[in-house]
Design a protein around this ligand. Structure first.
Ligand SMILES: *[C@@H]1O[C@H](CO)[C@@H](O)[C@H](O)[C@H]1NC(C)=O
Ligand SMILES: *[C@@H]1O[C@H](CO)[C@@H](O)[C@H](O)[C@H]1NC(C)=O
Ligand SMILES: *[C@@H]1O[C@H](CO)[C@@H](O)[C@H](O)[C@H]1NC(C)=O
Ligand SMILES: *[C@@H]1O[C@H](CO)[C@@H](O)[C@H](O)[C@H]1NC(C)=O
Ligand SMILES: *[C@@H]1O[C@H](CO)[C@@H](O)[C@H](O)[C@H]1NC(C)=O
Ligand SMILES: *[C@@H]1O[C@H](CO)[C@@H](O)[C@H](O)[C@H]1NC(C)=O
Ligand SMILES: *[C@@H]1O[C@H](CO)[C@@H](O)[C@H](O)[C@H]1NC(C)=O
Ligand SMILES: *[C@@H]1O[C@H](CO)[C@@H](O)[C@H](O)[C@H]1NC(C)=O
Ligand SMILES: *[C@@H]1O[C@H](CO)[C@@H](O)[C@H](O)[C@H]1NC(C)=O
Ligand SMILES: *[C@@H]1O[C@H](CO)[C@@H](O)[C@H](O)[C@H]1NC(C)=O
Ligand SMILES: *[C@@H]1O[C@H](CO)[C@@H](O)[C@H](O)[C@H]1NC(C)=O
Ligand SMILES: *[C@@H]1O[C@H](CO)[C@@H](O)[C@H](O)[C@H]1NC(C)=O
Length: 855
């Protein structure tokens, strides 16, 4: 009896749990039939094999698969993201019924799939049974107007994107009107299609619409369907960017009236209407973008006075000469007091602009870069802008400041860019009051003198002083007290020893210091930069071109374990290239070229800089071998060891490295046979091995040029001891732009295959033993410079291998060319150097030579 009861109890538990699994109640796994349906979809969307985790194994939980979102409680599929699975592919037709098993689907992303439409009777209308479907993303496909009608049935949609498709709106205007059945639609993206003005009329029935983008379509001229637009009474965001619209106006006087519109983007059109009268009926407008239009002359902003909510106005890149002065209509402009951000970059405004902006008392950001401000900047003009946070006046011709007793009254200013002007003299002393400044850019001016006015700008994080005539003290004294300074640019000024040399501990920890080409008034070493000893957070250091002496500042690397870029080029560092003993994982580029370093390249360079990608050691006096461990450095892509006294051979693997892009070993004493390695190049673009003792015979056997070899764009093997015939496979190097093989012992003729080098601009084969005639190409090369002097080329001077528009230099001196100089040469319009001496050419026409003598 007891046994029996237990047995029943057990049975009950089994049945219960089977039921639980069966009903798919609180379990994490996805539903079996949805899983099967996904596997049926998989072959259509797995072109790049990105759906690897869509696994056939039954235990695999499809809620965890890539692109799937499930409801956490019901485990039903609610989101399916299948974008960019067949991008750029040939168009194909979708069977929409494949999505029907997902009855609770909310969002379906099918972006970038080359979908050209649906198979017959399986159109999007089928999805209308999915009553939860709110988001349908169909951008970047190949859909045309024929898709619209079936989409109009999906009444649950809130978001529909058809951006980047092939809609025109002409063939089926009535279909577009059916979109009014999408009574829940809030966002409609139709950008990057070929829709024309009428679209505004056709979609005017979608009254729920809040967001509409028609960016980059073919809307043009006068936009007349104002009533259509006005019917979209809920519109908040309207993007008409990048069309060819000239105005929004209608003869019948209909006024644009969208009382909820907050954001309007009209940038990249052809608006000329300087009065903005069409904007009067947009009382909620917060942001207006009219940049890159055709606005010019004097801008009458009176009509803007109805835009009482406007916060952001962008008028970049027009030809505005002035703004209607507020004095004309002071009271009206007062209403624009909400304006916080005004962008006037790239216009034709002069200094009078400041007076006309006085009404905008709430302005936080003002950009008048790239205009025609000149002469003096009167700081009194900024009195009205007590809220100003950001001021951009770069790229004008301002020379100096007019400062009243009140000083620079911009106490809230946080960002000030006055670079690329003609400012001269000292920094204005009133800068001391701008204690909120976070970013100050005074680069590319003619400022001189000291940096004292900056000493108290405690908020400063970014400072650029580059390209002026400042005297930067070696101690960096006025700046070391700035506790928040992180980015310091001081290139191309002058470094000076101050009279009383004191070594205060800096309050800043810099991330970036770039103080190059500031040659000090007296000889200094890195040790003199005492503030640098206290930095431990540097990521980028450029102290090149300062003629600093001493040994390599290892401490800089040891102290700053985050250092990524160390540029100490063109100084006077001497002694060996010593390196820290501990590994550094972050250094990715190091440039010590043009110093006086001696000795061997240390063998621990590879273990120290594990992630080095760019190494420059040229123009030193390094000797010994190139460490073979360099070929094992995973990221090494640029290596310049040229102009040293390195000897021995080059590790073949270094040339063949797949990460390598630019390798320059010119002018050393390197030797050995590199030909075989060059044939196995695997990613290298630029290879410079000139000025060494490399030897070996160019193999003429037809190598099947790998796709890797074709990466080569620039090869210089000049001044070596290479020999043999020029191989015909060179003609397969389709990216080759420059080939220099001069001063070797190459022989034989120039192979016809050179005629295939369509990218070749520079050919240097002089001082070899080349014979035969000049190549005769069926279609000329766009080559610019041809150097073939001191060979044994014979036959007539035929010019059909080069294009008459491109050829600039032709040097054929010291060959054995015969016949006459072709008359056609006078048609070579760019030719400016023609050297034909020491051949056996006859002058047919003395005018030819005169022509080129004059050029
Ligand atoms: C998840 O499913 C439950 C039960 O079916 C439902 O109440 C809930 O609204 C769903 N949640 C979401 C985010 O769809
Ligand atoms: C489901 O749960 C996860 C993690 O708990 C959460 O991040 C996610 O937002 C939830 N999804 C839904 C639709 O509620
Ligand atoms: C792809 O789909 C996701 C939704 O999962 C979406 O957020 C995203 O913007 C889509 N587009 C791209 C280019 O990833
Ligand atoms: C479309 O998919 C459904 C569901 O898988 C299937 O029943 C139907 O036969 C398919 N239609 C065509 C034309 O392949
Ligand atoms: C639109 O697409 C459909 C389906 O791909 C195609 O049959 C039709 O020819 C296209 N129409 C136009 C005008 O391109
Ligand atoms: C409308 O577009 C804006 C800007 O792209 C976006 O921030 C907002 O979320 C969108 N609103 C809706 C309802 O989609
Ligand atoms: C705009 O709406 C009005 C009133 O609802 C209607 O009469 C008119 O036809 C609509 N106009 C357009 C262009 O849809
Ligand atoms: C502009 O504002 C004035 C005064 O507030 C008002 O009378 C006028 O109707 C507004 N214009 C439009 C087109 O709304
Ligand atoms: C500034 O430009 C306006 C309009 O072009 C012109 O009337 C005015 O004379 C100019 N002012 C100065 C100082 O050049
Ligand atoms: C700094 O501001 C104070 C108070 O506004 C003013 O008195 C002083 O002259 C200003 N200093 C300079 C150097 O402009
Ligand atoms: C940096 O290195 C120098 C020399 O080794 C040392 O005196 C100094 O304390 C170090 N500074 C930091 C911040 O580690
Ligand atoms: C130059 O060409 C002529 C005739 O083509 C030939 O006889 C002569 O040997 C050649 N001279 C040299 C140095 O190659």
């Amino acid at each position: 009896m007891v046994m029996e009861f237990k047995w029943l109890w057990f049975l009950r538990i089994v049945v219960l749990s089977v039921l639980l699994v069966w009903e798919g109640a609180p379990t994490d796994a996805c539903l079996e039939h949805e899983r099967i349906a996904l596997l049926q979809l998989k072959p259509f969307f797995n072109h790049y094999n990105e759906l690897v985790d869509w696994d056939e194994v039954t235990s695999s939980d499809c809620c965890q698969w890539k692109g799937i979102e499930c409801n956490n409680t019901s485990s039903r599929l609610i989101g399916l993201s299948l974008n960019s699975t067949r991008y750029g592919d040939e168009g194909w037709y979708l069977n929409v019924s494949l999505f029907l098993p997902f009855v609770e689907l909310k969002s379906l992303y099918l972006q970038g799939n080359a979908i050209a439409g649906c198979i017959e009777n399986e159109g999007f209308a089928k999805l209308s049974v999915l009553s939860n479907l709110e988001v349908l993303e169909l951008s970047e496909n190949q859909l045309n107007d024929s898709i619209i009608l079936s989409l109009s049935e999906l009444s649950s949609l809130r978001y529909l994107s058809l951006a980047f498709n092939q809609l025109e709106g002409l063939s089926r205007p009535n279909d577009f009107q059916q979109l009014s059945r999408l009574v829940n639609l809030e966002t409609l993206y139709l950008s990057w299609n070929s829709l024309t003005n009428d679209i505004l009329f056709h979609i005017s029935g979608i009254s729920s619409l809040k967001n509409l983008s028609l960016r980059s379509n073919l809307l043009a001229g006068k936009l007349l369907h104002i009533q259509g637009l006005n019917n979209l009474t809920n519109l908040i965001y309207l993007d008409l960017n990048s069309n060819k619209i000239e105005s929004i106006s209608n003869q019948d006087g209909t006024q644009l009236r969208l009382t909820k519109l907050e954001q309007l983007d009209l940038s990249g059109n052809l608006f000329r209407d300087n009065t903005f009268s069409f904007l009067e009926g947009l009382p909620s407008l917060k942001s207006l973008d009219m940049s890159t239009n055709d606005l010019h002359g004097s801008l009458d902003i009176k009509k803007m006075s109805n835009l009482t909510s406007l916060k952001k106005l962008n008028l970049n890149f027009n030809q505005i000469e002035s703004l209607q002065s507020s004095k004309d209509d002071g009271t009206k402009l007062q209403k624009l007091t909400q304006l916080e951000e005004l962008n006037l970059n790239g216009n034709l405004l002069n200094n009078s602009v400041f007076a006309s902006l006085h009404g905008f008392s709430n302005l936080k950001s003002l950009d008048i870069s790239h205009n025609q401000l000149q002469g003096s900047l009167d700081m009194k003009d900024f009195d009205a802008f007590t809220s100003l946070r950001e001021l951009y006046i770069s790229n004008n011709q301002l020379k100096d400041f007019v400062i009243q007793k009140g000083g620079c009254d911009l106490k809230n200013l946080e960002v000030w860019d006055l670079s690329w002007n003609a400012f001269e003299g000292m920094l204005p002393h009133c800068l001391v009051n701008l204690t909120s400044l976070r970013e100050l850019d005074v680069s590319n001016n003619q400022f001189s003198g000291n940096l004292n006015p900056l000493a108290n700008l405690a908020s400063l994080e970014y400072l650029s002083l580059s390209k002026n005539h400042f005297q930067i003290p070696v101690s960096f004294t006025p700046l070391v007290d700035l506790p928040n300074l992180k980015f310091l640019y001081g290139d191309e000024n002058k470094m000076v020893m101050e009279p009383s040399f004191h070594t205060s501990i800096p309050k800043f920890q810099l991330k970036v210091i770039s103080v190059s080409k500031c040659i000090p008034s007296q000889k200094l070493s890195f040790e003199h930069l005492t503030f640098l000893h206290h930095q431990y957070d540097l990521k980028f250091v450029d102290l090149s071109g300062n003629n600093f002496s001493g040994t390599v500042p290892i401490w800089l690397l040891e102290n700053n374990t985050n250092l990524e870029h160390l540029i100490l080029r063109s100084n006077a560092l001497s002694g060996p290239l010593s390196l820290p003993s501990a590994s550094s994982f972050n250094v990715s580029s190091m440039d010590m070229s043009d110093n006086k370093l001696q000795g061997q390249i240390p063998l621990n360079i590879c273990s120290t800089f594990l992630h080095l990608s760019r190494l420059f050691l040229s123009k030193n006096a390094m000797e010994g071998n190139i460490p073979s461990c360099l070929s094992g450095m995973k990221n090494l892509s640029v290596l310049d060891l040229s102009n040293n006294q390195l000897s021995g051979s080059v590790p073949e693997e270094l040339i063949m490295k797949s990460s390598m892009r630019i390798m320059r070993l010119s002018n050393n004493n390197l030797r050995g046979n590199v030909v075989h390695a060059i044939l196995k190049v695997n990613g290298l673009k630029n290879l410079y091995l000139d000025g060494n003792n490399f030897s070996g015979e160019m193999t003429t056997t037809d190598v099947s040029t790998s796709e890797f070899l074709t990466s080569l764009a620039d090869i210089d093997l000049s001044n070596n001891k290479l020999y043999g015939k020029l191989p015909r496979w060179i003609g397969n190097l389709s990216s080759l732009g420059r080939l220099a093989l001069s001063n070797n012992s190459f022989e034989g003729s120039i192979p016809m295959e050179f005629c295939n080098l369509n990218s070749l601009e520079f050919l240097e084969l002089s001082q070899n033993n080349l014979s035969g005639s000049l190549p005769s190409c069926s279609s000329p090369l766009n080559i610019q410079h041809v150097h073939l002097h001191e060979n044994r080329l014979s036959g007539p001077l035929s010019l059909d291998f080069c294009n008459s528009d491109s050829l600039v230099t032709l040097d054929l001196r010291g060959n054995n060319l015969t016949g006459s100089i072709p008359k056609s040469i006078s048609a070579f319009s760019s030719l400016s150097v023609l050297l034909l001496k020491a051949n056996h050419l006859q002058e047919q026409d003395s005018r030819t030579r005169d022509t080129f003598r004059r050029r």
